[in-house]
Design a protein around this ligand. Structure first.
Ligand code: GDP
Ligand code: MG
Length: 485
């Protein structure tokens, strides 16, 4: 995918004459790649039109770096498509919020054609019926088999709860999925592991009743984030949407989150729209981004719901959950790799004499607490290296969310105070087991901070170390090679 885009851009930049045809060829190549990444046809066409409007042919012909101009235009356009223009509701600590999760369990259908070749498709019930009809009428000798694939709702509910619990919220989980056998057990297990209170029933079959009871109960217990998990499947699809409408009407959620599997492909738009018509979807979460799918369907979900993507799921584990960051997502969609923008930035802002040291540390990939301390210093100073780290995907989006710079700075300073109470061995260690309970207590005492804060700081360290480790062994292009995809 990335290959076909970079080839298209390379061909364009080698062309001596840039005319309408060269531009069209290049855009067609890029469009093909985006379609393969599951971006909806209409959106690809819109992107083409917009790019043609933005990119001035003469400027392109005269420009020394045509590839760069085009790459930038496509990049910006896709970023814009992921921005619905308004932020989603964000829960506030101490104030009870109800968040309802919706999402469909699509069917994965494997078509077997005459050659016996399998082709995987994700479909909802409606598509499924249409397809059955087609097959029936065509009466061709091929069959298909199917199994359900879940959007990842229940898992994502727990991740969302756990994420907020770590931020100091008091979350609770309500299981309003009475359709799937074992749904309550699954939620119960997840919740117990994360020490999050839960509510559900083995006997009651009315999801509305359970949802209302659960929400009321947790409001009484002063929970400030009450999460309602719902069913993703029904005998009839219409019944599912009606159920969602009823649960929403009864629990009056502050936010409805549409959860979609990143590999759902072209079905994303219709699914998202169908939910939007029954409940007022206000945000999107894309799951299974750790797989092969590029997640182009997210663009469709944003367009259909006019709501932003807020998180992505990156694994089965409870903490494999990241705040959605537009730029790395688009890089991935274009096959550019998460780091291209970051690399550009290094060359742009870090003084040449400081680059080798930084690159050395990056390629080693081991992240000590001392290194974190240095990066915090850099961030606070907003010196050149600080700027670079604030660009690292996932590094600053959580550490320093936009609009909360003051609180974030205070938090970073607090972390640094605690690190001042650490020994050299602790600061230089890469072994997480070193931080025993007695050491943690000692650091808390020494810095006059509660133990919880020290644990928090160590969690942050683990998170950053994970991001950092992704850069291990990374080849960092020399200046001049930067615009190559
Ligand atoms: P639901 O039916 O929509 O509630 O979906 P579940 O939460 O039960 O998830 C279905 C499957 O997807 C489970 O095996 C999950 O572990 C898995 N899953 C959910 N989110 C992710 C993710 O981000 N990455 C991966 N690899 N698996 C996920
Ligand atoms: Mg579920």
């Amino acid at each position: 995918l990335g290959g076909s885009i970079s080839r298209a851009l390379a061909q364009m930049s080698n062309a001596t004459v840039i005319d309408e045809k060269v531009l069209n060829d290049c855009l067609n190549e890029i469009s093909r790649a985006l379609l393969q990444a599951d971006v909806q046809f209409k959106m690809v066409r819109d992107m083409q039109t917009n790019i043609k409007r933005i990119v001035n042919l003469e400027a392109l012909a005269a420009g020394t770096n045509k590839r760069r101009i085009m790459q930038q235009a496509v990049f910006t356009e896709l970023c814009n498509m992921l921005d619905p223009g308004k932020p989603s509701f964000t829960p506030k600590k101490g104030k009870p919020s109800v968040v309802m999760f919706v999402g469909l369990q699509a069917l994965e259908t494997r078509e077997i054609d005459k050659q016996g070749m399998g082709k995987v498709r994700y479909m909802d019930d409606l598509c499924q019926k249409v397809m059955l009809k087609v097959i029936h009428h065509a009466s061709v000798a091929y069959g298909f088999w199917e199994h359900g694939t879940s959007s990842g709702k229940t898992t994502t509910c727990t991740k969302y709860a756990y994420y907020h619990q770590r931020k100091g919220f008091k979350p609770a989980l309500v299981c309003a999925d009475t359709f799937r056998a074992g749904a309550f057990d699954q939620l119960k297990q997840n919740a117990t592991k994360a020490k999050i209170p839960f509510y559900g029933s083995y006997m009651e079959s009315d999801p509305v009743k359970i949802a209302v009871e659960g929400v009321e109960r947790f409001k009484k217990e002063n929970c400030d984030l009450i999460i309602v998990d719902t069913s993703g499947r029904h005998k009839q699809e219409a019944a599912l949407f009606e159920e969602m409408r009823q649960v929403s009407e009864a629990t009056k959620p502050d936010l409805v989150i549409f959860v979609m599997d990143s590999s759902i492909g072209q079905a994303a738009f219709d699914q998202a729209q169908a939910f939007k018509q029954s409940v007022s979807v206000g945000a999107v979460i894309v799951t299974k981004m750790d797989g092969h799918a590029k997640g182009g369907g997210a663009l469709s979900a944003v367009a259909a719901t006019k709501s932003p993507v807020i998180f992505i799921g990156t694994g089965e584990h409870i903490d494999e959950f990241e705040v959605f960051d537009v730029k790395p997502f688009v890089s991935r969609l274009l096959g550019m790799g998460d780091w291209s923008g970051f690399m550009d930035k290094i060359h742009e802002v870090v003084p040449t004499d400081q680059q080798p040291e930084l690159l050395q540390k990056l390629s080693e990939g081991s992240f000590t607490l001392r290194l974190m301390y240095e990066q915090f210093q850099n961030i606070l100073k907003m010196g050149p290296i600080g700027q670079v780290f604030s660009m690292l995907p996932g590094f600053s989006s959580e550490l320093m969310p936009k609009g909360h710079e003051k609180e974030s700075q205070a938090k970073i300073k607090r972390y640094m105070t605690m690190m001042d109470s650490m020994t050299d061995a602790e600061l230089d260690s890469t072994n997480p087991k070193l931080m025993t309970e007695s050491r943690i207590i000692r650091i808390a005492r020494g810095s006059g901070r509660p133990v919880r804060d020290v644990m928090d700081m160590l969690e942050e360290y683990k998170r950053l170390a994970k991001i950092w480790s992704k850069m291990k062994g990374l080849k960092i292009p020399k200046k001049g090679e930067m615009s190559a995809l």
